[in-house]
Write a protein that binds this ligand. Structure first.
Ligand SMILES: Nc1ncnc2c1ncn2[C@@H]1O[C@H](COP(=O)(O)OP(=O)(O)OP(=O)(O)O)[C@@H](O)[C@H]1O
Length: 413
């Protein structure tokens, strides 16, 4: 055995491509262990002793504090080239390479790979390192809702992960939230049932109703409560064509719900295509194909929302595409009462400078408030939950009871 071959046999390599999420996890893990330099350059913390590198590149990060102040950090990350690091007592070589000649076809991002090489006897450090890197990435998002939007043909997290909204804070009419939640949970627990019968493992929901009734808020809160992400898709977005849409829908990140808002606005009628001067380049039939084309064994949960369900083509809302449709309506007296109690019955409410309500007073005002709402509804007038929220934010409980009547609008039933 030649020396080179012997060396080769004694080494083990792992290649990670930037198509794979592990690539970002690993780089984030590595940069976490390298030097931090403050914006003024004054506080250079030396790199971890076990890290040897001469080809660092800079990543700028903004740290926002709770009190609103912020500072900018430059983080030194391992740039393209060769680096050495010691992990759990074993040395390994990290080679980061960028393919300069070709780029990812649609997104224009260059291909990159990192190759980790260690001694064969240390091979078990790779899975350990990767799972540590993954856990670190996940911890950063723990308790948060991640919203992804299309970035060319890929999904990328949009903005910072948001704080999860408690499901109970979205007040729907009796039984609606529970019904949708139970349906989603039942679906997510039945993968095998679908597989055994060869049925595509997908489920579609349509939430319809007037603006400000909580459609988006509810879907986001539900996703958060199940530790799912949201993939937010705007069908009317320029440049989104049928082939891209199919690709996007069949390549959603794991554990994510697809949310397509105002689905009526993209195609009011089946005939509306680019040829008719409509801006969207997604065709209605392309959209149906994209919804249907779920790869076998893959899970897909799609939520559609609309203010105008009557404008939707029956082909879109047939079972298989929309399996459960629910109406989220303007405020009912009961919803109004519950939202009132939620606002004025909490510690936060009373600390805003409003009078502190004891429970009897709170319930009395809430009942009075619900009565006003009921009377107005009987007169054919309506108010959205969003309008009630706005009123509660700017008024005390007693002012809200007095002022709510003026906010009702005449709306088609
Ligand atoms: N049922 C509800 N319970 C609690 N808050 C609500 C409810 N409905 C609306 N809101 C509040 O109103 C605002 C708008 O709600 P949201 O965007 O979810 O409404 P929507 O039905 O999706 O509206 P649109 O049809 O215009 O997209 C949010 O700040 C939300 O907190």
């Amino acid at each position: 055995v030649s020396t080179v071959a012997l060396q080769r046999r004694m080494l083990v390599s792992l290649e990670i491509n930037n198509k794979d999420p592990a690539y970002d996890w690993f780089l984030a893990w590595m940069s976490h262990h390298t030097a931090n330099v403050s914006a003024t350059g004054s506080k250079l913390r030396s790199a971890a002793p076990w890290f040897r590198s001469h080809q660092l590149s800079v990543q700028t990060a903004l740290q926002q504090r709770q009190n609103g102040s912020s500072s900018v950090f430059f983080k030194l990350v391992a740039g393209p080239g060769i680096h050495w690091l010691r992990y759990r007592g074993a040395w390994m070589q990290v080679k980061r390479e960028r393919e300069t000649r070709s780029q990812q076809l649609m997104s224009g991002v260059p291909w990159e790979t990192v190759t980790l090489t260690a001694l064969s006897r240390d091979r078990e450090i790779f899975p350990r390192l990767l799972s540590e890197a993954r856990d670190m990435a996940m911890r950063g998002q723990e308790g948060k809702l991640v919203i992804h939007t299309p970035w060319s043909i890929e999904w990328k997290p949009f903005g910072q992960p948001r704080r999860k909204r408690p499901l109970k804070s979205v007040v729907l009419d009796d039984g609606i939230a529970e019904k949708v939640e139970a349906d989603v949970k039942a679906f997510l627990g039945r993968r095998k049932w679908y597989e055994d019968r060869g049925i595509p493992y997908r489920r579609g929901y349509l939430l319809h109703g007037p603006p400000g009734s909580g459609k988006s808020s509810f879907i986001q809160a539900l996703a958060g409560s199940l530790s799912y992400d949201i993939c937010l898709l705007n069908l009317a977005e320029r440049g989104l064509a049928d082939d891209k849409l199919i690709h996007l829908l069949s390549n959603t990140p794991e554990r994510s719900f697809v949310l397509i808002e105002d689905v009526d606005a993209a195609f009011n009628k089946r005939v509306q295509t680019t040829a008719d001067g409509y801006q969207s380049s997604v065709t209605f039939s392309g959209f149906l194909n994209a919804l249907d084309g779920v790869a076998s064994g893959e899970e897909r949960v799609v939520f559609l929302t609309t203010n105008h369900p009557e404008r939707l083509d029956p082909a879109l809302i047939r079972p298989g595409r929309v399996d459960l449709a629910v109406l989220l309506d303007d405020a009912s007296p009961n919803q109004a009462r519950r939202l009132f109690v939620q606002f004025y019955g909490t510690e936060d409410g009373s600390s805003e400078g409003w009078e502190k309500l004891d429970e009897t007073e709170l319930n009395r005002l809430a009942a009075e408030f619900a009565e006003v709402v009921e009377r107005e509804i009987k007169l054919g007038r309506r108010i959205s939950m969003a309008a009630l929220q706005g009123l509660f934010i700017r008024s005390s409980a007693a002012e809200a009871v007095k002022g709510v009547r003026t906010l009702f609008v005449q709306r088609e039933p």
